[in-house]
Every structure is written in C-alpha cells, then in structure tokens.
Ligand binder design. Structure first.
Ligand code: AMP
Ligand code: GLY
Length: 443
C-alpha cells in the first residue's frame, strides 16, 4: 500500500500539512510545478498560504484520521506533503498512505530518528555514525549518579519531541543536575522526558545538511546554517531559528562528501537493515569538529527557516521531486539547481520566545517583495477579520528571503527588504550570515 513504485502522474492534487513559514515557502514552490493540479493546505490561517492554496478544514491528527482519509479520497489527493514533525510522529506516513495517495514524509518508525533520540543514538552507534558520546537513562537517580562522575561539560536531552526546548547545554554540573529534574522529575515535556540522553558537549561550528531519501536513493540538497540564538553574536535564549543562509562555506565539498557517505548513507542503510524504508527528507544537524563532522541530531523534516532558503536553490519541479521521493523513484528525476546564495532573516515579535506581543499591523510586505530577488514568507501572521490588514500573530512573524551572487549580496538584499517592513515590536538579528560572508562565494 502506498509504497509501490510508480511514475509521477502528469497532474497531481497536493495536500500540504502545516501552517508556518516553512510551509508557505513549500506552497510557493509547489505552486510553480507544471504537474500541480489543485493545491490544498491545512494551514490557510496563514495569509501567505491562503493566497496560494485552497483550505482543507480537516484536522491532521491520528484520532480523527478518517476525516483526512475521506478528504484525500474525495479530492483525489495524489501527494501529501508533511511539514511539521508532530504530525509525522502521529504516524500520518502510515495511516494516510494508500494506493492513490502517497505521503512525502517517513512512517512512524522512520520518524523515530527525530522523535526518539535514544533510539536514534542506538542507530548511530550501529551505523558507526560520528556523534557525541552519550548514555541513555530512564530514571533520574541513575542519571544524576552518572553526572556526578563526569568532570567535563555535559548536554542533557529529553528523548522525545519537545518543540525544540528539550536540550540543555549545561554550563556546570549543577545546571546538568537541574536539567535532569526539569525533564524527569517536574516532567516539563511530559512523556517526551521519560527517557533522557546525557552526552558530552562537543565544540565547533554548527551546520545542517538536508537530503531527500526515497528508501534507497539519496539526493543531498544543500548545506545550511541556522542561527538558533535570539540575539546578535549568539547571545540570549535558543529559538526556533532567527535566520539562515545556504550554502554555508563551512561545509566544503570534501566535508559534504563525508557527510553524505559516513552520515546520511550510513544511517539510511542502518535503518533499512532494521526493516525501515526511510522516505522523505533527512535533516542532519551537525557540529563541525576538528575531528570531522559529528551529528547533534537527526530530524525527519525540513528545517524552519532553512527550508525557506532551500526551495530557492531548487530549479526543478518540486511536485515531481517530492512525489518521486515518496515512491522510491528519486533515480528517475533530474533536478537543476540555482547556484545563487540565499539568505533568510526572521522578523520576530518583541517578547519572543517567551511571550511575544501580538496584534500590531504590518506594513511594507509588498514593497519588500517588489525588490528583485526577494520573497517574504508568513510565519506568525493573521489577516484581521474586519480590516483585512495583516497583523502580528506569533513569535516568528515573517521570513525575508533574498538571493544573490554571493552570500554578501543575498544578505544585503535581505536586510534592505527587512527595513521596508514595519510593525510595532519588530525584532531581528542584525548578524545573519555575517561570519560566513567575508570573501565567501556561492558554490
Ligand atoms: P539539538 O536539538 O539536539 O540540535 O540541540 C539543540 C542545540 O543544542 C544544538 O543546535 C546545539 O547548539 C546544542 N547541542 C546539542 N547537543 C550538543 C552537544 N553534544 N554538544 C554541544 N552542543 C550541543
Ligand atoms: N531550524 C531548526 C529546526 O527546524 O529544527
């Protein structure tokens, strides 16, 4: 069911799941496909997505799965593109896939590479994938005893999905012990914290590499650099990501080759040996250490905001590419690449990430997009019900994406566009891509 090899049909109705900036970018790229029939989306409260897709009002959850199943049947959905990890971790890749409808995104088992970090660690070990040394604990006492035997800095992680908040990079033994309490005793992340991983803190530059995987064939897309901290110079709390650029010169051709062979191919093969045909996008979060790239985490989806950059590097047809990935035929599609560099700056709202302000009216989006080579994706916005104006409705508000012949050109253009957009409480980092751009050329 749903996994038989089949060629990409001439016309495909597509259902996109998710409602953030990542999905707006995917919708924009899907919309350009010559194979697209009707584009439907669950996330049309996002005004950007609403402008591109018809609204699917059915919920994407397992309990009411029959509703989405009926919808796909009625509207003859050929391809479902899943953005967020929580929906994948509900097994949508299993319960929505039929002979007629293929799902881009791994099955429940494959999604464990992101949703069960203890299992992912075990798979990495089995595949000899370089990663931080770590141990898994199911009880707080055992975890604390272990911590007391460690002198070097440790990182404490909830094993399950914790919305990007379950990782504690401890500055001291006390902080590490407190993290164990937060996760296991106070239960800050519910069942996601029933198991934890304690691992060595590794040093280096961070980067992400994305690959499409069709079970067997692998297409490495690009390397990206995310900026996870809220403030300039990597100060302040961790966020979902304040900006990204692509490709990152930190991942040179040799490193990319190592990542492909020793990390991506190795883990996909290990999963296959375990009976899992991984299909979808595989996101390797890496630390580039002096000893080579090491995996910090794998994710089973596109990064946000990295995806907003990646779609601009793909010149090919996204429906074709994602359909081929979901059906094990990646070897049959050709994809051209736009070699220009891409930079994405996130405009957030004052108070993000703890308590972002909402409600301010946003102006200047059209002016920003009127600049050549600029796209603005909606992340946390809403269209006002009475006035029809676009308003702030979340922490990460807009993603301003620009392309250029160098990272510097892309960055300058993105920041010039950011200046045209205004709302009360606008915040942004001013140093996205700054470290990389000195002398770096797009590759
Ligand atoms: P993760 O969600 O596992 O990528 O972790 C979130 C962030 O925590 C990463 O982007 C890193 O900055 C940091 N981190 C995670 N694991 C480690 C580690 N073993 N050593 C150093 N930093 C880490
Ligand atoms: N940008 C980080 C993530 O998507 O997890």
């Amino acid at each position: 069911m749903g996994s038989r090899k089949r060629s990409v049909p001439d016309r495909v109705n597509v259902l996109l799941i998710g409602g953030g900036g990542r999905e707006h970018a995917l919708a924009w790229k899907l919309k350009q496909s010559k194979r697209l029939g009707t584009l439907w989306a669950t996330g049309t409260k996002n005004p950007g997505i609403a402008g591109l897709a018809r609204a699917c009002e059915e919920p994407a959850n397992k309990r009411e799965r029959f509703r989405l199943q009926q919808f796909c049947k009625k509207e003859q959905i050929g391809l479902v593109v899943v953005g967020p990890e929580d929906v994948l971790a509900e097994g949508i890749g299993d319960w929505l896939a039929t002979d007629e409808t293929v799902v881009f995104g791994p099955t429940l088992e494959g999604t464990r590479i992101e949703s069960d970090k203890a299992w992912a660690k075990k798979m990495m070990r089995a595949a000899s994938v370089a990663t931080a040394e770590g141990r898994v604990f199911r009880d707080a006492e055992g975890a604390k005893e272990y911590l007391l035997t460690r002198d070097e800095a440790q990182v404490v992680k909830a094993s399950g999905l914790a919305g990007g908040k379950g990782v504690f990079v401890a500055g001291s033994q006390e902080e590490a012990l407190a993290a164990v309490d937060t996760i296991m005793v106070e239960g800050a992340f519910g069942d996601a914290g029933n198991e934890i991983i304690i691992e060595e803190r590794i040093k280096g530059e961070e980067a992400s590499v994305f690959a499409l995987v069709d079970g067997r064939n692998i297409l490495v897309l690009d390397s990206c650099k995310d900026h996870k901290r809220l403030g300039d110079g990597d100060a302040g709390p961790n966020t979902g990501g304040m900006g990204a650029f692509c490709p990152t010169p930190a991942v040179d051709a040799k490193t990319l080759d190592t990542v492909q062979r020793e990390i991506i191919v190795a883990i996909v093969d290990a999963m296959r040996r375990d009976g899992i045909e991984y299909r979808g996008v595989l996101y390797a979060g890496l630390m580039l250490t002096p000893g080579g790239p090491k995996v910090l985490e794998f994710n089973a989806r596109f990064g946000d905001p990295e995806c907003q950059c990646l779609v601009h590097r793909i010149k090919g047809d996204l429906v074709e590419l994602l359909y081929a990935t979901a059906t094990g035929r990646l070897d049959t599609v050709d994809c051209d690449w736009d070699r220009r560099a891409v930079c994405c700056v996130v405009l957030a709202s004052r108070g993000y990430p703890e308590a972002p302000e909402k409600g301010a009216v946003i102006t200047g989006i059209e002016a920003a997009e009127a600049m050549g080579g600029v796209r603005v994706y909606h992340a946390g916005t809403r269209r006002g019900t009475n006035c029809g104006k676009i308003k702030v409705d979340g922490g990460r508000v807009l993603n301003v994406v620009a392309q250029g012949d160098s990272i510097e050109a892309a960055r300058d253009r993105a920041y010039a566009a950011c200046e045209l957009i205004e709302y009360e409480g606008k915040i942004l980092r001013t140093d996205i891509a700054e470290k990389a751009m000195k002398g770096a050329k797009a590759v």
